[in-house]
Design a binder for this molecule. Sequence first.
Ligand SMILES: Cc1cc2nc3c(=O)[nH]c(=O)nc-3n(C[C@H](O)[C@H](O)[C@H](O)COP(=O)(O)OP(=O)(O)OC[C@H]3O[C@@H](n4cnc5c(N)ncnc54)[C@H](O)[C@@H]3O)c2cc1C
Length: 284
Amino acid sequence: MKIALVVTEQNPRQLAEMTTFVDLSELESEACEIWRASGITENILMALETRYREAPQDMLLFASGIQGNELATRLATRLKGEACCGVIKGEFGTPQPQFTRPVYGNALVGTFSARGKPWCVSVARSSRSDVSSVTFPQVVLPVSAQPPAWLVAVKRLEEIPHPALNQARFVVVAGQGVASLQNMERVKELARQIGAETGASRQVVMNAWCEMESLIGMSGALIAPEVCIVAGVSGASAFNVGIRDSHLVIAINNDPDATIFNTADVIVVDEMMPVLEALAECFR
Ligand SMILES: Cc1cc2nc3c(=O)[nH]c(=O)nc-3n(C[C@H](O)[C@H](O)[C@H](O)COP(=O)(O)OP(=O)(O)OC[C@H]3O[C@@H](n4cnc5c(N)ncnc54)[C@H](O)[C@@H]3O)c2cc1C
């Protein structure tokens, strides 16, 4: 099978996400090629179409996010293929491959069957960032620098990076159980004392107890620390996707039936603030 991994920016995140898809789908031994194309999405689309006509592929992979989804969908339409967005992995044992992707705000996983080629697939986000082992051949596509005549203005929105959280070995994540801005400030201080980064659930960010950059979950950072301490978080699926790659999850919650306990490795049924204070004291 011929597969093109379309990379549109320098950020290694894109290649890391697509390589995760390749690994999970057991496609490492297929003829994979990296197509680098940067510029305005409209012009990238034209460059991809031209390249595809010269070198047809069975599948084109795109990174997660708005641009990847747009490129996958629009290219599939132009090439009369099929598109699927936010895909975790594919199974290719049958003539009609099956693509697996989260649906309903990550509450369920759906399997979708594809028909006509090429399959244009944008992949799901992943916490992986290391691409040092990727050795696929690369082609740089010529992309026109001139915007199309109908495009009157282009505004580039800055991506909010989560470098510290993404690379942290230890993370303390606070949920709504933290109860106040003052307590959240204390959690940050305690996390700092034990050498951890601080993350937060959406409720905490929405209450303005913590900055947006600290959001963990499907709308925020996907983290993979060695130890993730999750305190006062209920464990909604949209949150859990953000911590699922953690090596060890320690959950603190005063509700013995909290959903987060279903996925945690260590559970502490107690008030979160005294437990975090005691933990920091142990470290001291
Ligand atoms: C499309 C979509 C995207 C979303 N994306 C995200 C996302 O990226 N990240 C995210 O977090 N959410 C996201 N959500 C929201 C998510 O569904 C939950 O609503 C949210 O994660 C709940 O946050 P929480 O667990 O902090 O709050 P709650 O659900 O209110 O849970 C608070 C928990 O704290 C416990 N608690 C209370 N007091 C204490 C105490 N003193 N000590 C210990 N425990 C205590 C309670 O028992 C409870 O379990 C998304 C939702 C949708 C629909």
